[in-house]
Write a protein that binds this ligand. Structure first.
Ligand code: E4P
Length: 215
């Protein structure tokens, strides 16, 4: 399963990429706003750091403008994937962009039927927002499982990119459900490395090694 970092924070992207586990980046308007910087500057820097799919989100209100915005974003770098919201206008834009060979990531997806429509329009990635579904009392991972089943039933090549991931258990469940990719914030990426039994085992080994006579 591919792991993406969900952020527009240059320092965090740089640091996480140095760990060797990051395959790409997803950004959104909220992440960019947090940087306090001009979006194009941030986008170019991300493209210079990470060699992998980098999702940059369109913010236009209708298909015509989304298509033009998507074309401009795609010109920034060959790794750019144009992120488009899962609405009728958004999916019209996805259809047009995919016909032009521009890769798309259909975001703010909350149901398997929305994912079916996106696949029919040629989406490269579909982003179900797991944590936000959990937050309103739905089992977010059921959405991933059902999308997997639908895509496998009909041979859709759209990749499932589990998003709005809140903790390591979401990552585990996404991997078990056959999600192609998972995008995580820096803090959840950090959490993946930690296991208390690993720390205890290392501590015991270190203590025992200290008892071994040195030459
Ligand atoms: C994914 O591409 C989104 O940027 C992200 O996962 C949004 O989720 P959140 O804002 O609920 O964390």
């Amino acid at each position: 399963m591919q792991l993406f970092i969900d952020s527009a924070d240059i320092d965090k992207i740089k640091e996480a990429y140095s760990w060797g586990i990051i395959d790409g980046v997803t950004t959104n308007p909220s992440h960019v706003a947090k940087t306090g910087r001009k979006h194009l500057e941030v986008y170019k820097e991300i493209c210079d750091i990470v060699d992998g799919p980098i999702s940059l989100e369109t913010v236009s209100p209708n298909a015509k403008e989304m298509i033009e915005e998507g074309r401009q974003l795609a010109k920034i770098h060959q790794n750019v994937v144009v992120k488009v919201v899962n609405t009728k206008e958004g999916l019209k834009a996805v259809k047009a962009l995919s016909e032009e060979g521009i890769r798309t990531n259909v975001t703010v997806t909350f149901s398997p039927l929305q994912a079916l429509l996106a696949a029919k329009c040629g989406a490269t990635y579909i982003s179900p927002f797991i944590g936000r579904l959990d937050a309103v009392g739905h089992i977010g991972m059921d959405c991933v499982r059902q999308i997997r089943e639908i895509y496998d039933n009909y041979g859709y090549e759209t990749q499932i990119l589990s998003a709005a991931v809140r903790h390591p258990l979401h990552v585990l469940e996404a991997a078990l459900a056959g999600s192609d990719c998972c995008t995580l914030g820096y803090d959840v990426l950090e959490q993946l490395y930690h296991h208390p039994l690993t720390d205890i085992a290392i501590d015991i080994f270190n203590k025992d090694w200290a008892k071994v006579p040195k030459a």
